[in-house]
Design a binder for this molecule. Structure first.
Ligand SMILES: *[C@@H]1O[C@H](CO)[C@@H](O)[C@H](O)[C@H]1NC(C)=O
Ligand SMILES: *[C@@H]1O[C@H](CO)[C@@H](O)[C@H](O)[C@H]1NC(C)=O
Ligand SMILES: *[C@@H]1O[C@H](CO)[C@@H](O)[C@H](O)[C@H]1NC(C)=O
Ligand SMILES: *[C@@H]1O[C@H](CO)[C@@H](O)[C@H](O)[C@H]1NC(C)=O
Ligand SMILES: *[C@@H]1O[C@H](CO)[C@@H](O)[C@H](O)[C@H]1NC(C)=O
Ligand SMILES: *[C@@H]1O[C@H](CO)[C@@H](O)[C@H](O)[C@H]1NC(C)=O
Ligand SMILES: *[C@@H]1O[C@H](CO)[C@@H](O)[C@H](O)[C@H]1NC(C)=O
Ligand SMILES: *[C@@H]1O[C@H](CO)[C@@H](O)[C@H](O)[C@H]1NC(C)=O
Ligand SMILES: *[C@@H]1O[C@H](CO)[C@@H](O)[C@H](O)[C@H]1NC(C)=O
Ligand SMILES: *[C@@H]1O[C@H](CO)[C@@H](O)[C@H](O)[C@H]1NC(C)=O
Ligand SMILES: *[C@@H]1O[C@H](CO)[C@@H](O)[C@H](O)[C@H]1NC(C)=O
Ligand SMILES: *[C@@H]1O[C@H](CO)[C@@H](O)[C@H](O)[C@H]1NC(C)=O
Length: 727
């Protein structure tokens, strides 16, 4: 009874590395290193394994060779700031965006058990997605887009209860979409476009209560389009272009999705007629082009908000619905290559009061249209294409009947910075073109950004709104953003290159963002914390580049803040914790009269201060736990009556053997000390030399230089070791 409770306390104490007696705690609090928190050993070993399976040509991960992930600033490893319930630090985010990494994803990723964000975007990772990722129940963002991943989607991912976003686009993932994905109750984003996903879209996905974006364009999907998808209560974008649905029709139910903003089913091998979409109140974008749809175009009026109607390359018959003429935000009406007949009403353009930044393109080529009813006078920002219609036999319309330059509607637009008239020699950075202050000289952050599925075709009318939306999401002033360039890309997606300038502050006159501000802005991008806005749709971060000025500022201020603020915090926190806990524990111990332990500890504490031996280092329990993956069974290389021997790697990379005495074999303090002194003097070539020792409460460990062959074992075994071999 007494024995049991003493063991319990004993174990507890060696785990928390607390000294029991107040006399001892004063000593130990001087050894702050022993008390500062460390990363959970299983996560440390997982990260090492993850790194081993990656190839890192730019050496971005060299920091992973030293120290502790959470306290030694490993690149891309972000941790919770405080220890969690188990007393360890844990990895919260793995941010390895755009590092030119190749190799594969290790199953050890599954051991980062508290991870929220897993980000390997824009690398060259091969192999398949490890099913073990399905073990990370805390995972919120799974970001693997822009790699060369193959294999199929593991069923296990479908059981991640907190997954908000699964982003695997632009890989070569094959196989079907697992039905288990219908369990992802918190998922808002399925971004899986540009892969080789095949088979039927599972109708069970209708159970997803939060899904907003369903992007699966450019895959090998087949089968039918499940009408059940319409039951998703938050669905805003369905984008399935370039799949092959084998002559299926568009479900009528799609006309009953009240939250739908964008329906894009280009080149899907669909047949039949268009369902009535007029009841979708906020439909912005409709692309059903390049299918085998037919029949008349429904005449019911579409949402006032519509910007794009693309029904080209089908076989629609009948006339152009008159209701297409009173759509105030329409930018593109593309009806080319159908069998439309009748006349073209000039109300299509006459009813539009375009302002200087709006435009309207009407592409009606290759139909059976016979005449224009009304005025031929087009407002300046309206473009009309009529080639290949009977109406072109009317010679007065030749201007509209020329051949269209194919790529004109998808033309890239690039803006350049306004050349600010400032003295270049007096600014070591750049003049901000958008600052309210003339010639404000500052160093911008450079951000590659992309709208993946915007709900417009012409960005110009929405540019100002976008700048407001983005800067608000970043909590910046709109004058801090300069959109350096933007260009339409295949998809259509809208790529842009942004510059963010610090705000002009006449008190500090700062030309740079401070590091915490850089960190804050970056984490908004990498954590997808800019709130969604319907019309701009999902976005993605392409890159976030820090110029050398910021890299320098970063490293100096990081080390400064660690050496002052953080360290003081750690010391004070630990100190307070030690005082309280040791008081409590001593109270418990005293009341239980654990005399045996009491006397050993007292003895050890007395001799500890004498223990200063040249060339022999005193290690903390934490350091050796880290070196041996918390005394993991896989690092164990021997066992004897006195305890176990482990192979470990010290923070500086040295490989060592750690001999750890087990409870029954603890020597008296004097004997332990004598052994250390004796061993330290032995530097014979046939003997392994002593590197250090650890003498913390309830622990006696000797650290030797590591030798893989028999020499080590012979030397270590005062008592014979079992024949268990190192791997
Ligand atoms: C990775 O390393 C390269 C070369 O040292 C460097 O240019 C780049 O900025 C690094 N990338 C990141 C994301 O740290
Ligand atoms: C990426 O790594 C490859 C080698 O694997 C190298 O040839 C290439 O220059 C690197 N690219 C960048 C942008 O660093
Ligand atoms: C991790 O995942 C594997 C395979 O999916 C499973 O067999 C194992 O039980 C999981 N481990 C934990 C700790 O959940
Ligand atoms: C993608 O994977 C599919 C099936 O595994 C294969 O047929 C195809 O060639 C791959 N495509 C690329 C670009 O690697
Ligand atoms: C869509 O149209 C409705 C009614 O015309 C309007 O109230 C709403 O603000 C519009 N939404 C957007 C995003 O433009
Ligand atoms: C287009 O539809 C018309 C009338 O329904 C039909 O006669 C014609 O064959 C169709 N053309 C194509 C290419 O499907
Ligand atoms: C629209 O017309 C105005 C004046 O007619 C012109 O200045 C403007 O550039 C045009 N806008 C577009 C987007 O074509
Ligand atoms: C269209 O594309 C061709 C070739 O890609 C290019 O030469 C031409 O300038 C483009 N036209 C326009 C108007 O962008
Ligand atoms: C912007 O203008 C400068 C100077 O006129 C020029 O050198 C640069 O190439 C331009 N950049 C873009 C993206 O057009
Ligand atoms: C970042 O992305 C932008 C936009 O895609 C691109 O123009 C720029 O070259 C990229 N920068 C780096 C360092 O990759
Ligand atoms: C700084 O700006 C504030 C308000 O914008 C103004 O009141 C103050 O006088 C300015 N100080 C200097 C030194 O210009
Ligand atoms: C943190 O890591 C970065 C990137 O590896 C490095 O530039 C910086 O100097 C490091 N800071 C500290 C305090 O170690």
């Amino acid at each position: 009874m007494l024995q049991n409770s003493s063991e319990l306390c004993y174990l507890e104490m060696s785990k928390t590395k607390l000294c029991v007696f107040l006399g001892c705690f004063l000593l130990s609090s001087a050894l702050v290193g022993a008390q500062s928190p460390i990363t959970h050993p299983d996560e440390v070993s997982a990260l090492r394994t993850i790194k081993r399976s990656l190839t890192d040509p730019n050496k971005n991960l060299t920091s992973w060779n030293r120290g502790d992930p959470c306290t030694s600033n490993w690149t891309g490893v972000l941790c919770f700031h405080t220890t969690l319930d188990d007393g360890y630090l844990h990895v919260r985010e793995l941010q390895l965006l755009s590092m030119n990494l190749s190799g594969t994803l290790s199953p050890a990723l599954g051991r980062l058990s508290r991870l929220l964000i897993l980000d390997f975007m824009w690398n060259k990772i091969r192999g398949s997605i490890p099913k073990e990722i399905g073990n990370i129940t805390t995972l919120e963002l799974l970001l693997l887009n822009g790699n060369q991943l193959t294999g199929s989607l593991p069923d296990e991912l479908g059981y991640l209860p907190n997954l908000n976003r699964i982003q695997i686009d632009e890989n070569n993932i094959s196989g079907p979409m697992p039905t288990s994905f219908s369990n992802l109750k918190n998922a808002k984003h399925f971004h899986m476009n540009n892969n080789s996903i095949s088979g039927q879209i599972p109708p069970e996905l209708s159970k997803l209560p939060n899904l907003v974006h369903f992007l699966l364009d450019n895959n090998n999907l087949s089968g039918y389009l499940p009408q059940e998808l319409a039951q998703m209560p938050n669905l805003a974008i369905i984008q399935l272009d370039n799949n092959n649905f084998d002559g299926a029709s568009i479900p009528r139910s799609f006309g009953n999705i009240p939250t739908l903003l964008k329906l894009s089913l280009r080149n899907c091998n669909l047949q039949g007629s268009i369902p009535d979409l007029s009841r979708i109140p906020n439909l912005h974008y409709l692309d059903l082009s390049s299918n085998k749809l037919g029949g008349p175009i429904p005449a019911n009026k579409l949402s006032e908000n519509i910007t794009t109607i693309d029904l080209s390359n089908n076989n629609f018959t009948g006339s152009i619905p008159i209701n297409f003429s009173s759509l105030p935000h329409l930018q593109n009406l593309l009806l080319a290559n159908n069998s439309l007949n009748g006349s073209i009403s000039s109300s299509l353009w006459q009813n539009r009061a375009l302002n200087a930044i709006e435009s309207l393109t009407l592409d009606l080529e290759n139909n059976l249209l016979v005449n224009i009813s009304g005025s031929f006078d087009l407002p300046s920002n309206v473009t009309l294409w009529l080639k290949g219609n009977p109406v072109c036999s009317n010679g007065s319309l030749v201007q509209f009947c020329k051949s269209q330059i194919e790529n004109e509607t998808r033309i890239s637009t690039t803006t350049n910075s306004t050349i600010v008239e400032c003295k270049p020699q007096s600014c070591p950075y750049e003049y901000s073109p958008t600052s309210l202050l003339d010639c404000f000289c500052a160093e911008p952050l450079l951000v590659g950004f992309r709208l993946k599925s915007p709900s417009f075709s012409d960005f110009i009318p929405y540019k100002k709104m976008f700048e407001g939306y983005l800067t608000q999401g970043l909590s910046l002033s709109v004058y801090q953003l300069h959109m350096y360039s933007f260009a339409w890309q295949e998809g259509p997606r809208l790529g842009m290159y942004l510059k963010l300038y610090p705000i002009y502050d006449n008190t500090t006159n700062s030309h740079l963002f401070n590091p915490s501000e850089v960190q804050r802005i970056k984490s908004i991008f990498t954590g997808w914390r800019i709130p969604l806005d319907g019309i701009f749709g999902p976005y993605e971060l392409i890159n976030f580049t820090l110029s050398d000025v910021y890299k320098d500022e970063f490293s100096s201020s990081l080390s400064a803040s660690i050496s002052k603020g953080t360290l003081i915090g750690i010391i004070l926190g630990t100190f307070a914790g030690v005082v309280m806990l040791s008081a409590i524990i001593s109270l418990i111990l005293f009341t239980r009269h654990l005399r045996g332990y009491h006397s050993i500890s007292k003895q050890r504490q007395a001799s500890r201060s004498l223990l200063k031996i040249d060339g022999v280092k005193s290690f903390t329990y934490g350091e050796l736990a880290l070196a041996t993956n918390n005394f993991d069974v896989f690092t164990q290389i021997g066992q004897g009556g006195y305890g176990k021997v482990y192979r470990g790697t010290l923070a500086n990379g040295t490989i060592v053997a750690v001999k750890r005495a087990q409870q029954g074999s603890l020597q008296g303090e004097k004997e332990f000390l004598t052994e250390i002194q004796l061993l330290s003097r032995l530097h014979h070539r046939n003997l392994v030399s002593l590197v250090g020792y650890c003498d913390e409460e309830g622990e006696q460990m000797l650290v030797y230089e590591y030798m893989s062959n028999g020499t080590l074992r012979d030397h270590l075994s005062g008592k014979p070791l079992s024949s268990r071999n190192p791997k």
